[in-house]
Design a binder for this molecule. Structure first.
Ligand SMILES: Nc1nc2c(ncn2[C@@H]2O[C@H](COP(=O)(O)OP(=O)(O)OP(=O)(O)O)[C@@H](O)[C@H]2O)c(=O)[nH]1
Length: 602
């Protein structure tokens, strides 16, 4: 029996080695095999545990080493962290050897589904997932750490709380050219790197496994391959492993095997997906996509051009600082929006771009007058055949478009499509909402506010002025003898004249004032923060202006007319109805007095 010497690269592989109190290495080293298989034994009297027992190639020597410590019949638990033949192929031999009825094969149900094909007759399964992921032994407890997909869907590790040893199976394994039982220094990570880069499907899976392990106070890591990691290296190795890019070669589809580049791409794609999931607003998404793309391409800015449902063209800019700005859509882009997919694919887009050849059916390169390079991404509606939007990616300098760039751009297309479609829908809804609102508050003939709006807004404005300060003046205007105009020239001419009067009124008041079509040929003007003098002066100005105005109708007909005006200054606390009534009375007085005049209530 030997104690391991961390400073000694070689070790006596002929005997069991105690790596922690009553925890033994009983593995086997095959000549010319960088894939060393370690087997571990936890010595627990007749409740002993053998972890990942090995293959048919190794079991005879493992057995011999076990028997240096305990009789094999003292082993009750045979733990298999997964189902690979290098750790489980000896199970039929064990099955034939074991003659105690309480011996069990400890594993996860997913591994058991495969291991049952060994048709073991004596060794029943004891499933970790059915036993709360722990096994109580006479003087210690083993905790099973589920690390799914780190190697296999049912993969798990075993942590011995007593010694702090993590029996990690394939995790932390490595390829060592020269067998070394103990990892000497952080350099061991290089032996782990190819093992993990190629074995673990993705870093997310690896980090998940490491997070599970981090819940336990690990002092020594005993993997199935490579070297045992002693306490001082546990933290640094885990940290390095967290940063390892792995499994990305699956992404390459045989095109690209540069793990680092693919990993960057993977991260970029992950961020694009997250952006799409968490951001709703176009500004946020555009800014995030720009940031993400800048990690892989020298992007100066991205312009988006969008054709809305009503045919309107919209230009949006995402350049990091200014997130959104309506722009004039350049004519050559204008010509592209709305073209069919066949048109685009048939190289016509290339011709639209001043004869520049298309680089890819999914996008094309555009070289501007001063040699500036940009990429043009056509975004077709998912269901549609027409080019609904374009993303114009301006580059800081020309680049070679290789497989990696193509892949990145291809991955961007769908999210961009979704975000622009969403923006188009949002804008149409917003426009419809605004139209509906405007319809609900405006008179359809004159475009002035209606009584409904007046009631709502003016009432609120009046209340706001009850705390003192300047008041509201109401001027009620009624066209004189309007009936005659209808009678002589017809109702449509009357309508046209009402529209012209409304325009004139609108142009005669200040921004904050509110013009209302009160009914038929009656208008109400509310002057905000005005005095009686100002009200009187405006009423007189309006009267004179209308009387002097030559109204020219579409058919060239020229008409003149006069108005009568009644005005009133709101008294503090006065209800809107009462104010309007006083203005109306003043108007009546003006009519009675002969029309074409303004009368102001006391
Ligand atoms: N063309 C048109 N005429 C309208 C509209 N609303 C009301 N009128 C007309 O406005 C005229 C109002 O007539 P009256 O109330 O007799 O008043 P008036 O002829 O203006 O005479 P005074 O107000 O007394 O000066 C009627 O002929 C209505 O048909 C409208 O929307 N369009």
């Amino acid at each position: 029996m030997h104690q391991p010497d961390p400073n000694q690269r070689s070790f006596d592989t002929d005997h069991a080695i105690e790596i922690a109190p009553r925890v033994w290495w009983v593995g086997h080293v095959l000549a010319d095999d960088p894939f060393q298989c370690h087997v571990y034994l936890i010595e627990q009297g007749d409740q002993s545990v053998l972890l990942d027992p090995g293959s048919r190639l190794t079991f005879a020597t493992t057995l011999r080493k076990i028997e240096e410590i305990i009789p094999v019949s003292a082993i009750r638990y045979f733990v298999c962290h997964h189902q690979d033949p290098d750790i489980t192929a000896c199970l039929p031999l064990i099955d034939a050897l074991v003659d105690r009825p309480d011996a069990v094969l400890v594993t996860h149900w997913r591994a058991s589904a495969l291991l049952r094909h060994y048709a073991l007759e004596r060794l029943p399964f004891w499933l970790v997932d059915e036993h709360d992921w722990r096994l109580a032994l006479p003087d210690r407890e083993l905790r099973f750490v589920f690390t799914p997909y780190a190697h296999f869907p049912g993969a798990f590790c075993t942590f011995d709380a007593e010694t702090g040893v993590l029996f990690s199976s394939d995790l932390f394994g490595g390829f060592t050219e020269t067998p070394a039982l103990m990892a000497e220094d952080i350099g061991y990570f290089e032996a782990m790197r190819p093992f993990h880069e190629h074995y673990i499907p993705s870093r997310d899976i690896l980090v998940h496994a490491l997070d599970q392990i981090a819940r336990h106070p690990v002092r020594l890591i005993a993997p199935q391959h490579g070297s045992i990691i002693p306490a001082p290296l546990v933290g640094p190795i885990i940290e390095q492993l967290r940063e390892l890019d792995c499994g990305i070669y699956l992404f390459a589809g045989g095109v690209d095997t540069d793990i680092r580049r693919l990993s960057r791409l993977n991260r970029t794609l992950g961020e694009i997906t997250r952006t799409m999931l968490y951001c709703r607003d176009f500004h946020d998404i555009a800014a995030r996509l720009l940031e993400v793309m800048r990690r892989s391409l020298p992007v100066a800015r991205i312009d988006y051009y969008l054709k809305l449902a009503d045919g309107e063209m919209l230009g949006l800019v995402a350049d990091g600082q200014e997130q959104q700005r309506a722009e004039q859509v350049p004519a050559w882009l204008h010509a592209l929006l709305g073209i069919s997919r066949t048109h685009w694919l048939g190289n016509s887009a290339g011709r639209c771009l001043h004869g520049h050849p298309m680089h890819d059916e999914r996008f094309c390169c555009h070289t501007g007058d001063e040699g500036a390079m940009s990429l043009l991404l056509p975004l077709f509606a998912r269901e549609g055949e027409r080019l609904e939007a374009i993303a114009h990616i301006h580059l800081e300098h020309p680049i070679e478009i290789g497989a990696h760039e193509r892949q990145l751009i291809a991955q961007l297309m769908v999210p961009l499509q979704v975000v622009l479609e969403r923006e188009a829908i949002y804008r149409s809804i917003e426009a419809e909402r605004t139209r509906t609102y405007q319809r609900s508050i405006r008179d359809s003939l004159t475009g002035l506010f209606n009584r409904f709006y007046m009631q709502d807004i003016i009432e609120r404005q009046c209340h706001a002025r009850d705390r003192g300060g300047p008041q509201v003046v109401a001027l009620m205007l009624d066209l004189d003898h309007f009936k005659r105009i209808n009678d002589h020239h017809g109702h449509p001419t009357g309508d046209a004249l009402l529209r012209l009067v409304a325009t004139l009124l609108h142009g005669s008041i200040r921004d904050g004032d509110v013009p209302v079509r009160f009914g038929g040929e009656e208008f109400l003007l509310f002057l905000m923060d005005a005095s009686a003098e100002q009200g009187r002066a405006l009423a007189e100005r309006l009267r004179a202006r209308i009387a002097a105005h030559q109204f020219v109708l579409d058919d060239g007909l020229e008409l003149r007319l006069t108005v009568s005006i009644g005005g009133a200054l709101r008294r503090p606390g006065e209800p809107l109805d009462a104010l309007v009534e006083r203005a109306d009375k003043a108007l009546y007085t003006a009519k009675q007095a002969g029309r074409d005049r303004a009368v102001f209530a006391d």
